[in-house]
Design a protein around this ligand. Structure first.
Ligand SMILES: Nc1nc2c(c(=O)[nH]1)N[C@H]1C(S)=C(S)[C@@H](COP(=O)(O)OP(=O)(O)OC[C@H]3O[C@@H](n4cnc5c(=O)[nH]c(N)nc54)[C@H](O)[C@@H]3O)O[C@H]1N2
Ligand SMILES: Nc1nc2c(c(=O)[nH]1)N[C@H]1C(S)=C(S)[C@@H](COP(=O)(O)OP(=O)(O)OC[C@H]3O[C@@H](n4cnc5c(=O)[nH]c(N)nc54)[C@H](O)[C@@H]3O)O[C@H]1N2
Ligand SMILES: [Mo]
Length: 567
């Protein structure tokens, strides 16, 4: 144990908060810039979790040493490429990377692509070479903040608290908490953000807001982008985006001559061509001169490990797209800190596969995926292991010391990895303290944008062209009191009250990829043509495509049209 008493919230969130462990209680840190003396409801839920305290083999409690023996025997007996290593984001401390080093030396198959921000990351990187946010101070110094496909006040409440007095614009099909707090809400149709970006560029051109001076030295393709934006009749935009032009005029008025920040979120990129969509938005941002300024800029889910050298050597020899894994094709599947039964697309495919392989679950709690696990190994919880939390929202990190004695039946990611590395006579990890100190003490410099390629054409299949009047767009996003599939889950499907359904109706929803039952809830926050089902809802991913996007091998949860099965 260490005399230092800070702990980092391990949850997958932009904020990356810090607490002090005093008298066996976590108190919000007052010194940590982002935490600023407050912790959120999700952190409180995390402290109330019933953590696993015993290993389980074929539904019977066993000793940890026996569980480790079963695991290493199985790994020895199997062909390495028939072993799949699957890591989720239940804890996003850097030490979660340790098992990767074992599984890569062993030669397991890894998962490629992702189910989170990867499509947007690829799009931003195509345009500007990296995906790193500007300094937090630029946000604090902005005058107008545009929350674009991001539920800013809900999914990063601490970052929001820093800037809540600013003028806000929200671009979202749902009247989210953030939209209600905004001076302007552009309630567009899903998957039309690229069209909106072009329309805004056209208005910016007409309003003399092209800030060529700011980008001319480091960019290419600005003229082509401008011509492209001007090439379409204004009226056609209005009908496809579903937004009146008067709102666009108001938008322009609100941002003209102002220091503007765009907070981009996952909403714009959960589609097959999501990378193109986000690039179109970033091109608009460049056109009006938001990059490399002293205030404002464009934020997304930043590459949190930019500028750090990975302390875990990982070289995957074989990998498979996360969106369409046939789990049954592997003899052993090792799942760490994830709940794929609920969180990855196409639950039917996932469950069928997991039933037909040997599943090892390594995590803190008994989640939905544990029902299909042959062997469960309890991971040490965040209060009992040393770690560093980097953030994808801002440049501040959070430090975690082991402030509590670990339960003797649990094992940390670092310990499990070294145990296996030794067992297989592989090279072991660097000392834990050395890795910890490296991440704690390294302070990478945030890069400027040194080159930018405007997007010059778009090839995007519109969802609105396929949708019939009695069908709906699927919106699936985060909820205030839960963290993905953890804590209090809401399994309902939300419709606008003008829909033909009644509160509490049970409906079967279908897509080209599957179907499932949901209970109806009515809310006028939902756009008439949309259904909202939260992330973590048990059945939502029965509806989603087991198809990857076009560039990042990643999940396209919202590239579907939903029909109602008539009984
Ligand atoms: N309370 C809470 N906070 C969280 C999480 C959580 O589960 N709960 N999860 C964390 C994680 S893992 C992540 S990755 C981040 C994600 O944080 P956000 O980026 O905020 O994620 P989402 O809620 O998925 O989507 C954001 C918004 O996009 C909107 N949207 C959907 N489709 C479209 C579209 O086509 N265009 C536009 N413009 N908007 C659209 C949705 O209505 C939603 O309000 O949040 C983190 N923070
Ligand atoms: N339909 C739909 N699906 C989505 C999304 C959506 O918006 N809509 N969002 C997607 C996004 S952005 C994300 S990031 C994913 C998240 O999906 P997952 O990566 O599956 O994450 P969680 O659902 O949070 O489950 C994480 C599990 O990690 C375990 N855990 C917690 N702490 C630790 C620890 O310290 N060590 C270990 N070994 N285990 C731990 C807990 O038991 C928990 O059940 O879901 C995606 N799925
Ligand atoms: Mo995520």
């Amino acid at each position: 144990m260490n005399s230092n008493n800070t702990v980092a919230c391990p949850l997958d969130c932009f904020d990356a908060c810090e607490a002090n462990y005093i008298d066996e209680k976590c108190k919000p840190s007052r010194e940590h810039l982002i935490t600023n003396g407050k912790l959120c409801v999700k952190f409180a839920q995390l402290l109330k979790e019933h953590n696993l305290k015993s290993s389980i083999y074929e539904r019977r409690d066993i000793e940890l040493t026996d569980a480790l023996e079963i695991l290493s025997n199985k790994l020895e007996q199997n062909n390495a490429s028939k072993v799949l290593y699957y890591k989720g984001s239940g804890n996003i401390g850097v030490m979660q990377g340790a098992p990767k080093e074992f599984f890569s030396q062993y030669g397991a198959t890894f998962v490629q692509g992702g189910i989170c921000d990867e499509i947007g990351d690829a799009g931003l990187t195509q345009g500007r070479g990296h995906n790193v946010n500007p300094p937090l101070q630029n946000l604090i110094d902005a005058e107008v903040i545009i929350s674009w496909g991001r539920n800013f006040s809900v999914t990063s409440p601490h970052m929001y608290a820093k800037v809540k007095e600013k003028t806000f614009i929200t671009i979202d099909p749902i009247a989210t908490d953030m939209a209600k707090k905004s001076d302007l809400h552009i309630q567009l149709n899903p998957k039309t953000d690229h069209e909106l970006a072009l329309l805004l560029t056209r208005f910016a051109y007409m309003d003399d807001m092209n800030d060529a001076e700011s980008y001319v030295e480091y960019s290419s393709g600005a003229e082509e982008f401008e011509d492209f934006a001007k090439s379409r009749p204004l009226v056609s935009y209005e009908s496809t985006i579903g937004v009146h032009l008067s709102q666009i005029i108001k938008f322009m008025d609100m941002i003209k001559d102002k220091k503007v920040a765009i907070m981009l979120g996952l909403g714009v990129q959960k589609y097959f061509e999501g990378a193109q969509i986000i690039r179109a938005i970033d091109s608009f941002a460049t056109y009006i001169g938001l990059h490399n300024k002293k205030a404002g800029g464009v934020w997304y889910l930043s590459d949190a490990s930019y500028g750090y050298e990975s302390q875990f050597k990982t070289e995957a020899t074989k990998s498979v797209d996360v969106t369409n894994i046939d789990f049954s094709a592997y003899e052993l599947v090792f799942i760490q800190g994830a709940n794929p039964v609920v969180s990855i697309p196409n639950s039917l495919n996932v469950i069928d596969g997991l039933k037909n392989t040997f599943v090892v679950y390594f995590g803190t709690t008994y989640n939905d995926t544990c029902a299909y696990a042959n062997l469960i190994i309890p991971s040490a919880d965040f209060l009992t292991k040393r770690d560093v939390r980097l953030s994808y929202g801002h440049e501040n990190k959070a430090i975690s010391y082991a402030v509590k004695q670990k339960n003797e039946n649990c094992i940390s990611e670092y310990e499990l990895s070294n145990h296996l590395l030794k067992k297989f006579n592989y090279e072991i990890l660097k000392p834990e303290l050395e890795i910890f100190e490296y991440y704690k003490n390294t302070q990478p410099k945030l890069p400027k944008i040194k080159s930018f390629e405007f997007i010059e054409e778009l090839e995007i299949e519109a969802l609105y062209e396929d949708k019939e009047d009695d069908q709906y767009y699927l919106i699936t996003g985060k909820r205030k009191n839960s963290l993905n599939s953890q804590f209090k889950i809401d399994n309902c499907a939300y419709f606008h009250s003008s829909s033909p359904f009644n509160e509490a109706d049970e409906l079967i929803l279908c897509t080209d990829y599957g179907k499932a039952k949901f209970t109806v809830k009515l809310s006028d926050d939902i756009k008439e043509n949309c259904i909202l089902i939260h992330a973590g809802a048990k059945n939502v991913n029965y509806l989603t495509p087991n198809v990857s996007d076009e560039v990042a091998s990643s999940a396209i949860f919202q590239d579907v049209i939903v029909s109602i099965e008539l009984s």
